[in-house]
Design a binder for this molecule. Structure first.
Ligand SMILES: [Zn+2]
Length: 61
């Protein structure tokens, strides 16, 4: 069995199908990002404007 993240042989079955906790975490993060992206497409333009107003971290160039 090979780790789907780093393609190394999985030796520790504790985290299978991943080789280690790090790869399991990376997969979880990838999954979460995809989910977030999917949800973001569901937001309509008015909501997006509201988000931008309420987000002081995004400075315009
Ligand atoms: Zn791995």
């Amino acid at each position: 069995m090979k780790c789907p993240i780093c393609k190394k042989e999985v030796t520790d079955l504790k985290y299978r199908p991943f080789c280690c906790k790090r790869c399991a975490d990376i997969d979880l993060a990838n999954w979460f990002n995809e989910e977030y992206r999917f949800q973001a497409t569901e937001i309509d333009e008015k909501d997006l404007e509201e988000l931008e107003k309420n987000c002081p971290q995004q400075d315009e160039d």
